[in-house]
Design a protein around this ligand. Structure first.
Ligand SMILES: C[S@@+](CC[C@H](N)C(=O)[O-])C[C@H]1O[C@@H](n2cnc3c(N)ncnc32)[C@H](O)[C@@H]1O
Length: 292
């Protein structure tokens, strides 16, 4: 979905405090979106707008609360105003660390992670995730790199970038959680709204140890429900050979590209070295700088 930022609105929960309204206004301003005061209205009414008040219809509505940031599209209202309201199995887009959490738990117990292995990732490394998406890979990388490391996530979709950045900032761990490293890893990820086709060209040689790509698959796998909303807002363009060449210049050690197990995209991009995922439906293409 190509998104016009002028058709993206930001609002609050139904009955916001003045501080919550100020927070939502600030998010709208920072992102270049429209602020739409809630005034007790349903999401459907907010998306439709009120012509009498000079409000045009919106394509996307982002609801900002102290706990969560959720993006809805106009077709998504059958679920009502419940958080996580559903429409035909596709709910709103929001940040949730469940996938990253499972992987971090496995790593903490001495298990492996195919992405971490493909990157040859170690504490203290600097990682540029050129396709941040829902942020799971970036959070896992941040856990491994630790406080001495650095993880920057670039995301070109304005809605995805906003939802993930603001969602990460608001994420609080449940009180009885036994994984404090998760929140620390989330907080260390820096998500920026950036198109890697432009951004990489501006970086100096060897700016990051690892440059990572997980572009949208052209033929989606049968994915978990959680990924369906992402597909709605994501930038679907494939990786180009020009981008890969820039990534090789920017990477001090490795460029890693995730693909379906058939590796058709990796063939197209000329990345012959493969690391199979634990999940056999996924493979990682690896370019390593000699001596890296
Ligand atoms: C499959 S998702 C990444 C998922 C992510 N690895 C995770 O763990 O959640 C791919 C993401 O890359 C973004 N993307 C596609 N082309 C991009 C570009 N040129 N620059 C930055 N982000 C891009 C898409 O909008 C989408 O959100």
């Amino acid at each position: 979905m190509m998104i016009d930022p002028l058709k993206v609105g930001v609002t609050t929960a139904r009955r916001p405090s003045p501080a919550e309204e100020a927070d939502a206004r600030e998010v709208a301003e920072r992102e270049g979106f429209i602020f739409r005061p809630r005034r007790g209205r349903s999401r459907t009414a907010l998306l439709a707008g009120d012509p009498a008040k000079g409000e045009a219809p919106l394509d996307v509505l982002i609801v900002v609360t102290p706990e969560r940031v959720e993006a809805y599209t106009a077709g998504e209202e059958a679920g009502g105003d419940r958080p996580g309201g559903r429409r035909g199995g596709c709910g709103p887009l929001f940040f949730h660390p469940n996938m990253a959490k499972l992987r971090i738990q496995r790593l903490r117990h001495g298990g492996g992670d195919p992405m971490v292995a493909a990157m040859g990732l170690e504490r203290g490394m600097h990682v540029l995730d050129c396709t941040a998406g829902l942020g799971a890979d970036a959070v896992v990388a941040s856990f491994v790199c630790g406080e001495e490391g650095k993880v920057v996530g670039w995301e070109s979709s304005p809605v995805v970038a906003c939802v993930i950045r603001e969602g990460m900032a608001r994420y609080r761990q449940p009180a009885r959680s036994e994984l404090p490293e998760l929140v620390a890893a989330i907080r260390r990820v820096r998500v920026e709204r950036r198109d890697h086709r432009e951004g990489l060209k501006e970086l100096p040689d060897g700016a990051f140890d690892i440059v990572y790509f997980d572009p949208m698959f052209r033929r989606p796998l049968l994915e978990s429900e959680a990924l369906l909303p992402l597909r709605l807002f994501a930038d679907p363009r494939p990786l180009t050979p020009e981008v890969l060449a820039e990534a090789k210049r920017v990477a001090r050690r490795r460029v890693v590209v995730k693909d379906r197990a058939e590796g058709e995209e990796l063939d197209r991009l000329g990345l012959p070295v493969r690391h199979g995922g634990g999940n056999s439906r996924i493979v990682y293409g690896i370019w390593t700088r000699s001596g890296g």
